[in-house]
Write a protein that binds this ligand. Sequence first.
Ligand SMILES: *Cc1c(COP(=O)(O)O)cnc(C)c1O
Length: 396
Amino acid sequence: MSESWKKRTQAVHGGIRRSQYNEVSEAIFLTQGFVYDNAEQAEARFLECGPDDFIYARYGNPTVSMFEQRIAALEGGEDAFATASGMAAVNGALTSILKAGDHIVSAKALFGSCLYIVETILTRFGVDVTYVDGTDLEQWKAAIRTDTKAVFFESMSNPTLEVIDIASVAELAHAAGALVIVDNVFSTPVFSRAIEQGADVVIYSATKHIDGQGRALGGVIIGTKDFIRGTVEPYMKHTGGALSPFNAWIMLKGIETMTLRVNAQAETAQILAEALEGHAALERTLYPGLKTHPQNALVQSQLGGKGGTVLALDINGGKKAAFAFLNALTIPVISNNLGDTKSIATHPATTTHQRLSDEQKDELSITPGLIRLSIGLEDSGDLLADIKQALDVSQR
Ligand SMILES: *Cc1c(COP(=O)(O)O)cnc(C)c1O
């Protein structure tokens, strides 16, 4: 393995660990435990466990380790810990470092479950949280204190697709000695350069673009070797959020085609956003790749101009029109995953973000007409025709 390899090479060769049979495709080590040659070896391994040593699948497993090393290499991080889901990763990254009395600053535009962790769980354990509009650097500057332990944000927010300036927030956070923890799902491992831009910890829900084919849940925390092995691993291995070896294998095979899939999906998303912008049935067309997106300049510098695989359409006529649109679609399915090969349409106000109060929805502009559209691998012309006919139905 070479650290100088580009993402596409890491995606297929990174982290490979072959058994004595020298198999081409990654082996699934579907085992929870490992046999020791003798009692002395068991004792030694519990005392010190090297990277090629395994004890119990809650601590680590060769297939899971291959996934961890592959995604770490792809992201340009030193190490990674794989988790049972994206939420186990978000929870693990935050809870493993925080204690009562600590202060964190969080962007307020968060995925519903991320908001639950920050707003309900962390505060229940006495963590003090200051919320900011993540796109406003002045608010970050005012909120970060000398005793701030960490800052947390989604680099591209779900579902309204605000883009947050990782490098600038990291500069402010690092000046105060705070850790920068980024939920990078919407930016995708393909377009991300988050670590180079200043993130200390990068989190992915592998359920999204890494599997990308709607099969399995998974997550990962990427960071320095010290942080992953010294802070995250002890927390995760004792609290039980381990990724199953079988799901790790699905993620390994998913990563191999991720670059091709995500590039094609983002290309289609860009085509659709440009074609739909200004449509009479739409109040707003939100896509970071559009020149009219408020953070488009940042998308150029932070993500190489790629707007990602998700767009959001705010349909005139509120919930009634949004539901009519969803029910008229024939290609995108109504569901709530994203990053999948199949296009998926979601109504955040009544599903993923249903739990939010009306004031919170207002503040995040999660309006009754808002549809989140995750773009898959279908033909862009077919998708555009289908979306347009459904928009027509929505206005009847
Ligand atoms: C889906 C998602 C998660 C949670 O991932 P799961 O694998 O579903 O647990 C976290 N953050 C963001 C931004 C997501 O979109």
